[in-house]
Design a protein around this ligand. Sequence first.
Ligand SMILES: Cc1cc2nc3c(=O)[nH]c(=O)nc-3n(C[C@H](O)[C@H](O)[C@H](O)COP(=O)(O)OP(=O)(O)OC[C@H]3O[C@@H](n4cnc5c(N)ncnc54)[C@H](O)[C@@H]3O)c2cc1C
Length: 527
Amino acid sequence: MAQYIIVGGGSAGCVIASRLTEDPKVTVTLLEEGPRDSSIFIHLPVTYYKTGQGSLVERYRWETGPGYTGTPSPTMVQARVLGGGSSVNAMVYLRGVPQDYDEWEAAGAEGWSYKDVLPFFRKSEHNDRFFNENHGVDGLLGVSDQKYTHPLSKIWLQACQQAGLRHNPDFNSGIQDGCGLYQINARNGRRSSTSCAFLKPAKKRPNLQIKTNCRVLRIIVEHGRATGVVYLEGNQEKTLTAELEVIVSAGTINSPKLLMVSGIGPAGHLTDKGVKVVHDLPGVGQNLQDHIEVSLINELRKPFSYDKYKKLHWQFAAGLQYLLFREGPVTSNVVEAGAFWQTAVASGRADAQYCFLAGAGVEEGVGTVPGGNGCTLNVCQTRPKSVGHVALRSSNPLDFPYIKPNYLQEQHDVECMAEAVEFGRFIMSQPVIAQYIRREYMPSTPLFTRADYVKYVHQEAHAALHPVGTCRIGTDDMAVVDPGLRVRGLKGLRVADASVMPNLCSSNTNAAAIMIGEKASYHMQGN
Ligand SMILES: Cc1cc2nc3c(=O)[nH]c(=O)nc-3n(C[C@H](O)[C@H](O)[C@H](O)COP(=O)(O)OP(=O)(O)OC[C@H]3O[C@@H](n4cnc5c(N)ncnc54)[C@H](O)[C@@H]3O)c2cc1C
């Protein structure tokens, strides 16, 4: 028995486990489905190319719709390891813009406006460059400048400026437009996941129990209160009781699934799938929002990118530099430079994000180049209007959920992406970078007209791996949790992870998930 059970030791779950157990009177058990984060690839930033597409992620098939004409069975990867997304992701540290959070509050998430959430971003942060009204230095999460930046990333930033973008020294200052180098979740040249930053210092506390390789199958609800969980350890089904609360932090895909398989969700759907309804909550699994991305790949004339490290002797040299000095390419997260830009359909803030990777074949589903030396420009829509949902395929908790993101269903999103891709190619055509490029590899056929771009986007867009919103905060009938993150209509049950975001923030989502973990803990401590 524990006072609190946390389901999922991901970006948010590890923060909550750490913060709650700062009080020695509070007991917490954290149950994580994946393994411990012992793989060295997690901790070396450059091996993002392994963590983002290896055995530490689960692949979820998503259902296509009219917006998508690409591969027949597309998948979305999500982390399955202690630290969750923060252990496998590209480490890019971005929060979006103040307007994102002000819109959360306007949508019913009282107390989640920018001025409300900023103290929690600052609380988590140990920034190695900034200390001001936007940035903190006393937190546990490493936020650093890159120790090594590939020359091609710097050249790409010059190309952005040649294309008309201004240089932005801090994307998290509240002003996002422009191009610059990302700050990353690293400390002393190592990844700063929430497992390393928050859980590690708490591990020795006698009031914290961390159980990995334990998959929660169901939440037990008795007389309107969550009293524990049933979980699988090896082949054994076990029960654990929570004296005070169960906190679901299993991520945007699995948190709603776990609620539904436990009988908490839209009554009609649960009945159809043979699940006994415990609590009718129609919004569970609805409001799935995700960023969509198109990758532009170029083949380089010479080994001008990280691809040269595919050769063993270069790997050896980089490895030695890291071992001796903790410096060099091994400290790079590869996704070094970025930009934000407003398309013609933007409404007053950037709606397109560019991530430059001085390499090809780094991320799952994004190809390499035949000549071996390439670079990739990911073009991402930050403010999509298309909305989907997560549902059950069956009542069996071991079955994967049904995921229908409806990417590019809205014409607005198609227009935005088509223009953003065109501008991405414009950046890549600037003389300062064009001199390094042998040929454009993706797109492989010429694009001239807007219709060409639209067709290309429908074919090539893929999940940008930032799903949010399926247990959203609010006070209306479709909201799943109240502003204190308590599941509406039940006692002893909260959801705290990316699934509670009412809307996507205009950037990558890890920082916001961590902020949610910080704020959830604050609410649980009686605030
Ligand atoms: C490959 C990749 C690259 C990304 N790159 C970036 C980036 O560079 N910057 C950025 O800001 N964001 C990035 N993101 C997104 C970001 O990492 C996520 O938004 C964030 O991690 C979400 O946090 P979370 O706490 O909601 O869920 P997660 O961190 O996914 O945690 C959920 C945890 O719950 C566990 N779990 C699930 N079901 C159960 C169950 N039934 N029982 C027990 N445990 C369970 C999972 O194993 C997982 O560890 C990336 C994501 C991916 C997948």
